[in-house]
Design a protein around this ligand. Sequence first.
Ligand code: CMC
Length: 437
Amino acid sequence: MSDMQTDKKAKIELDGKVFELPIIEGMEGEKAIDIRSLRAQTGYITLDSGYMNTGSCRSGITFLDGERGILQYRGYAIEELAEHCTFVEVAYLLVHGNLPTPAQLRNFSEMLGRFAMIHEDMVHFFDRFPPYASPMSILSSMVNSLCNFYPEMTENPLDNIDAMAARLLSKVRTIAAFSYKKTMGHPVVYPRHDLSYCANFLNMMFDSPVAPYEINDKVVAALNKLLILHGDHEQNCSTSTVRLVGSARVNLYASISAGISALWGPLHGGANQAVMEMLETIHAEGGGYRKFIEKAKDPNDPFRLVGFGHRVYKTHDPRSRILKQASEDVLASMNVVDDPLLEIAKELEEVALRDDYFIERNLYPNVDFYSGIIYRAMGIPANMFTVMFALGRLPGWIAHWMEMWNDPDTRIGRPRQIYVGPQLKPFVPMAERTGNE
Ligand code: CMC
């Protein structure tokens, strides 16, 4: 991982003195002021809630340019990866830094097949969750529990990266499918060595003792594309969580379990489920989406048009463009002729993109806007959408955790604060307290 140290310095004037801070440039021309010595030099810290303007690390995994709508994994354009690769190839790319050769891919795929089972004792865990349990809560708990069953992977995490990544990618897929079966009250379907990664997942989800599942190549291809598009997105909330938790030197499973919890939130990965619920509500109310646009624009209404807006993309989200096309292709290939929710989604997008409120704030459809339509056509229920996001994001989380672990600059993540609470006051003994202290 390299960046360009420049000779340039930022000058900052505080309390009548001028201080110099180094300037760092990234490979694509991004510029940063290195403020690590600021407090030691000046006594000041920086305040940046939501980390809107704070770089937390140097990273060589994903490049994202929100102004130009560019997304690249390890130097490859997302459009090309989504067009030509399987999810397993892209997972390998994210974790290892290079696209696999045929031999590397065979080896990695063989490991994915070999590690697909989870310890049978863990299968019983599923029985203890109530039937209405959220699959995200089950996933997060199960991934955390993995460290007890596979402790060898927590001791020397970087000794065998291949096996570590393959184990997690394979087992999380099995856990995701089992959690769905359990919420349905159906028997789990075990993984099959003869199936590809995505076909195996779909089979575990939909095969049943009474109705064997027929694998549809178009559905498998669409799932590959969806997972690839979710593979990584640099320092988003869940990835930053994985890195922050991991910076305390806790194991990979615990770090990723924390990332899954962050992803669950409706402002982050949980938005894909929320989009579908919003579209269903609009449909149930007769398709009158304008009311929802007005609610989203009302400063006194907390409602937001879910699936719109992004912290970083300010022109378009390249992933949502690919998904819009893919949603039409998948629906056509599955003979879904008129999906009313797809029609509402398209109309909503058109209206929002012409509305000054959305234009002024650069609010465009994000990755969550169209993904749910495709998942729904595949038969995946809305409460599993965020689990699907987690499955796709997993290689990114693993790659970031490893990069963080290896980086000599990594210190335990520990932000500072500006204290705004009460100043020191005398302690009040119990007998003298009025409740108004
Ligand atoms: N609908 C209506 N208004 C919005 C929306 C929206 N979806 N998103 C942002 N705004 C307004 C917001 O009210 C604010 O207006 P004003 O300047 O008048 O106060 C302005 O746009 C800036 O919003 P912000 O909340 O300061 O922006 P942010 O960068 O902190 O938040 C976001 C980004 C994605 C959380 C936000 O756009 C949002 O809540 N979107 C809806 C939820 C969603 O789709 N999340 C998925 C994000 S993409 C995938 C992922 O990360 O997992």
